[in-house]
Write a protein that binds this ligand. Sequence first.
Ligand SMILES: *[C@@H]1O[C@H](CO)[C@@H](O)[C@H](O)[C@H]1NC(C)=O
Ligand SMILES: *[C@@H]1O[C@H](CO)[C@@H](O)[C@H](O)[C@H]1NC(C)=O
Ligand SMILES: [Zn+2]
Ligand SMILES: [Zn+2]
Length: 465
Amino acid sequence: MDFSKWVLLISALYMLLLTTLSNCSLTPEELAEIPVNFLKFAKRPEISDWMVGIRRKIHENPELGFEEFETSKLIRAELDKMGIPYKYPIAITGLVGFIGTGKPPFVAIRADMDALAMQESVEWEHKSKVEGKMHGCGHDAHVAMLLGAAKLLQEHRHDIQGTVILVFQPAEEGGGGAKIMADAGILENVGAIFGLHVSSRFPIGTVASRSGSILAGSGVFEAVISGKGGHAALPQHTIDPILAASNVIVSLQHIVSREADPLDSQVSLSLSLSLSLSLSACVLVCVSGEVVTVAKFQGGNAFNVIPNSATIGGTFRAFSKEGLMELKQRIEEVITRQAAVQRCNATVNFNDPFFPVTVNSEELHQYFGNVARDMLGENNIIEMKPLMGSEDFSFFAEVVPGYFYYVGMQNETQGQLQPGHSSYFTVNEDALPYGAALHASLATRYLLEYQPKSTSSNGISHDEL
Ligand SMILES: *[C@@H]1O[C@H](CO)[C@@H](O)[C@H](O)[C@H]1NC(C)=O
Ligand SMILES: *[C@@H]1O[C@H](CO)[C@@H](O)[C@H](O)[C@H]1NC(C)=O
Ligand SMILES: [Zn+2]
Ligand SMILES: [Zn+2]
């Protein structure tokens, strides 16, 4: 069936739906055509080239968290051109757009907008024009994909059985922009939220995700260890903070190696190696790996002077809130007490709030599998292991059922891609139509398949409308 016939069919069915007020009355075959057609549509040059243009424009002008003013302006200009209403500003530069009836059910799809404080090393026509800033995580592609989805959805707005909320959030990279947007109430009455990330680990045309915990919760700490500086040749007149900090760092490594259950990481590893659907519930419970890393160590400027103090900082990760709180307590104890062994004092600061564990809803995992399978085929759906990385999407997924997945970019014939946060990171722009079509399909079918059974909920309206 070609695209225009599909549109006619959906419109006819929409009229049918209106008159019957039934739950989703499309057959599985008809539902299956939606993702296929959205992908075909998104791959058309007028859509894909437009997305590539947006992505490159944002790539040239990367902006850090809560400073995405030009990026946000560009998004609003495109939404204006498409006639999509939005609410702005939320969390300084963030915004939410609305497509559909303006009535329930509501479903949200999300993109992050911020870049990283790093220098791009890739030499190409659209290299970052800002010294020391780079879209090294692919959030430029995420914005282009969500705008692509907006275009697909807006062209089919009359087929949308409810309201799609487009979430453009600031400051994913450590700023917790998602928390501020969630606190502003953008997910009120929303049934589910979907978020994606481009990935150089998975082949183009594939998606990867899992049920339950997919990304770790994380916290950041910084400690100042103070002693008494002096001549490097007369250590007996000093209290050496460098030596104390060195011992602190070594002791911190013993928290995970001596206090975490050594079976935990093995259990999650062996289970993920032999993953099958029947085991997925167990993996959800068993995931419990932990990490403590000191990534920053500063102290002293001269070869022959013991400094007054040294500063260390790092990150810690766990797959439960309890695990994170335990790590936090032990990090503080180990730093202050180990510093005291060497007669130093220490103060420890933690960022607030911690990024929660990113947990995918089991029901949405099934739902995502159905939609992605219809679009990409059974063999292109990858069940992945959890990652120790973190995502502030987790703040959204704490408020409403959430689902986070990876969109593959690797194309063997084009050489190996560098991973995110590398100064050599590149985006395979062929992946843009996949992200746009997945966003649009997940939203459209969610609204069709999760229609409220009774009409009593018609009184609910979204706060923002
Ligand atoms: C540590 O703190 C105590 C109590 O404030 C103070 O007396 C001592 O001089 C401090 N030691 C160092 C090395 O800063
Ligand atoms: C992978 O790259 C080749 C060569 O550029 C291209 O012909 C092919 O379409 C690409 N595959 C996908 C799925 O984009
Ligand atoms: Zn990142
Ligand atoms: Zn990212």
